[in-house]
Design a protein. Structure first.
Length: 280
């Protein structure tokens, strides 16, 4: 399992290329790109820019773990759960562009989030809208050989795909080998009764992992460096090994600014290396 870092943490501090260099200098083996402005937004990075980023990553010896894709969880206009057909279409178009971007830069997967419901929308209707949109994204992913990993969110960021049971249900309803589930440890520490049971629940359908810490339900969905919250990291990693997961694990921290993001990245890497060494 390689350890990576998501450029999302560097959004207020560095442009994309500087973020890549700093992540490599700290010692990470992999990188997760924030696929939205001002970082690797597919609508702003054309063919030559994509080639340049891929070359930079290769030169620095980094593996691209995936793309962190926006989709309404932060209240932006991109949203599968929106009542406006235009907003849903715009969101699908953005996701299709992200699938193409992933194929162009060599990312094996993108994440996918369900967005937030507009007042007056019934949950079952929002679910159908999400499924219709996700089916379109997955169709493109099948053609491009890119995995789509469902990323749950905690309310109020989303009210549709919130738990891993929700994610697994959507995966089964869409029914594609290119649609899987990912775990974001901070989110799951809030929405799941037991994190290690959650890992076992997803099992062979686990495609990706975001590493971040918090203090569980009722204390806010913050994304701290691993080791600063109450997650039992040794037990978590041991359970990943038990189910046969050998994919990337990417640190994604984003808790208020200003912070010393380099220090957080270094702290996270040192801590998780120690955990991996102890688990064996």
């Amino acid at each position: 399992m390689k350890l990576g870092f998501c450029t999302m943490g560097y959004l207020p501090y560095a442009d994309l290329e500087e973020s890549i260099r700093r992540i490599a200098d700290i010692g990470y083996e992999a990188i997760d790109f924030w696929a939205y402005s001002p970082h690797l937004d597919p609508r702003h990075y054309g063919a030559e820019d994509r080639k340049r980023i891929r070359q930079l990553v290769d030169r620095l010896g980094l593996e691209i773990a995936g793309l962190s894709v926006q989709g309404g969880g932060l209240g932006m206009h991109l949203n599968f759960s929106h009542s406006s057909p235009k907003v849903r279409k715009d969101t699908v178009d953005y996701y299709l562009d992200c699938v193409d971007l992933a194929a162009d830069v060599g990312a094996p997967l993108i994440n996918l989030i369900s967005g937030h419901m507009v007042y007056g929308t019934a949950l079952d209707q929002a679910w159908r809208w999400n499924r219709e949109c996700i089916e379109q994204v997955v169709e493109r992913a099948e053609k491009k050989d890119v995995l789509v990993a469902i990323h749950t969110l905690t309310p109020p960021e989303s009210e549709v795909i919130v738990t891993l049971d929700d994610a697994l249900r959507m995966m089964k309803e869409v029914g594609s080998d290119k649609l899987k589930v990912m775990i974001d440890t901070a989110d799951q520490n809030v929405t799941e009764p037991n994190l290690t049971d959650a890992v076992r629940k997803v099992g062979k359908d686990l495609a990706y992992v975001h590493l971040n810490d918090n203090h569980g339900e009722g204390r806010g969905d913050i994304h701290l460096p691993p080791g600063r919250g109450d997650i039992n990291w040794r037990k978590f990693v041991k359970t990943l090994k038990e189910i046969g997961y050998d994919g990337n694990m990417t640190v994604q921290v984003n808790v208020g600014y200003p912070i010393d993001i380099d220090a957080w990245a270094e702290e996270s890497l040192d801590y998780m290396r120690k955990v991996l060494e102890e688990v064996g």
